[in-house]
Design a protein around this ligand. Sequence first.
Ligand code: CIR
Length: 256
Amino acid sequence: MTRGTALVRRPGDRLAEGLVTHIERTDVDVARARRQHEAYRAALAGAGWRVREVDPADQCPDAVFVEDTVVVCDDLAVLTRPGAPERRPEVPGTEKAVREAGLEVVRIEAPGTLDGGDVLQIGTTVHVGRGGRTNDAGIAQLAAHLATRGRTVVPVPLRDVLHLKSAVTALPDGTLLALPDLLDTTVLRQPLRAVDEEAGCHVVPLGDDLVLMAASAPRTAALVSGLGFTPVVVDIDEYEKLEGCVTCLSVLIPHA
Ligand SMILES: NC(=O)NCCC[C@H](N)C(=O)O
């Protein structure tokens, strides 16, 4: 059984030069990061996803964080215009991959900026973080594109955090796991559970009761397990040094 296609992009040799905005830079062990990526791909495959590699963009140190380059909604791929200009050359490779997956393609245009990490889709509601990487024009363009698929966009102001999904993501039943200090939770449209580990608010529902999580959030994994879900735990600490998390290393395209 295949749940769909998971797009990933392998880390390049320049990974350690990736952007760091809200944390202190520490050395990245690229060889270890490659092994962690291999295990991440294996976890997706083990959960029933067909893993497809986007062409490398090795001149871009952050290209491994492929989620930021596209928002997939049903059969529509919205190519982003990343808020960090040095990440924009990552987009053409993603465009090739989503076209090959048979998706309709539209794009965020200047002056709009949008990172996929700011977009949290739950049912027909799409929360979009407004902060350092995503601006009002990007949110307005995304809202117009996703309205064609019956989605409603809810902007969420962020504080001192890279992306919306650095601060909040959702379990398979729509319950939000969040670090409430990092965003304006009053605008969120789903029930919320506060967690006390930063990586605890980064989860990726993989289908059925499976929930992809980072090894750096053991207390939240126990909480998730107690709620009746099955954590699939991967160690991605080399990516966490670059403000990456489990969400940003893939783009899931159900049924593709
Ligand atoms: N969606 C994500 O959480 N992306 C992480 C991107 C990390 C990268 N170092 C960046 O600053 O763009």
